[in-house]
Design a protein around this ligand. Sequence first.
Ligand SMILES: Cc1cc2nc3c(=O)[nH]c(=O)nc-3n(C[C@H](O)[C@H](O)[C@H](O)COP(=O)(O)OP(=O)(O)OC[C@H]3O[C@@H](n4cnc5c(N)ncnc54)[C@H](O)[C@@H]3O)c2cc1C
Ligand code: SF4
Length: 338
Amino acid sequence: MKPFTFERAQTVPEALSLIGADGAFLAGGTNLVDHLRLGIREVDALVDIRRLDLTEITGTETGGVRIGALVRNSDLAAHPLIRQRFPFVAEALLSGASGQIRNMATTGGNLLQRTRCVYFQDLTTPCNKREPGSGCAALEGFGRYNAVLGTSEACVAVHPSDLCVPLAALDAEVLVEGPSGPRRIPFAAFHRLPGDQPQLDTTLRPGELIVALELPPLPLAQRSTYRKVRERASYAFALVSVAAALRVEGGRVADVRIALGGAAHRPWRAAVAEAALIGQPDTADAFTAAITAELAPARTGPHNAYKLPLIRNTVVAVLEELRNGTTARRRAEQGGEG
Ligand SMILES: Cc1cc2nc3c(=O)[nH]c(=O)nc-3n(C[C@H](O)[C@H](O)[C@H](O)COP(=O)(O)OP(=O)(O)OC[C@H]3O[C@@H](n4cnc5c(N)ncnc54)[C@H](O)[C@@H]3O)c2cc1C
Ligand code: SF4
């Protein structure tokens, strides 16, 4: 492992002053420490940010919620404001990792966790994300987990976060501080598609620190849910996942939000499906037509073609459940945790 300095920051300005050109902020460490050990990431400096005062969850005057970047995943999932106003955020968090990891992992770190593509983590194989220009072993190799939307010739990896899927549906904002001052990044502009620069997961600039996340008010989200399809009942990343919220009036869709996980290099807002559904009957046929339109540009190979029917069926099942008002029953049957 390359030697690095270790500093513990007490304030945000101190953290920004310590980070340097090739440093990394250490939050929960559940992703970064593995990457340092494996040699996927090399840094000159590690700046521990765990003492920063970024652990508050507060309701905003307009009915939204502001979440400090260092709020632990388990604390966020349990918070009454999140459970009442944004239940699909709590469900997504509880479906991720394990209780122990959720007790360590932070909100900011969850947004910045890196792909679980098996080749990204294997230093013996080519990977454009790990080493730009080296090639992409996943294109011709084991492709079961590969993305189906927004891929490029350079990278077909998916974003692994559960939390980020409902955040995409919510139009959350990421609040950052950096060398050029504070700025707000709309969630849709935070994670990138791979294009020809798959080494860049996000639009965060060098040296910038996430300080908070803001969820705007969305009464619709009180009737929302998150469903994760995976290979084991727990402790596994999503093959595909769906975050959705639905309002029906007089048998027609009045408002809807849909986002997909396990589908693309970033959490995928299903804007085509949403637009297609407004004003349509709240039937399985209409739900199927809308998600089929969303998936029209999808590209698959022999190993991941299964994702298209899986996404379609999961979206339709989730929307039917929201329409029928049976989400609460399913949650109770599952004991609240996925
Ligand atoms: C075995 C295992 C299973 C998992 N399963 C799931 C799962 O099913 N679903 C899921 O969503 N996740 C899962 N995870 C991922 C886990 O949620 C992430 O590792 C975690 O959220 C990262 O948070 P952290 O605070 O530990 O980040 P760290 O590891 O500390 O940091 C991750 C990255 O973010 C940067 N960073 C952290 N905070 C900030 C900040 N405030 N500003 C700027 N940069 C920052 C760090 O420099 C680093 O680059 C799993 C992890 C493990 C180890
Ligand atoms: S899909 Fe992306 S992360 Fe995986 S090997 Fe190819 S370039 Fe690397």
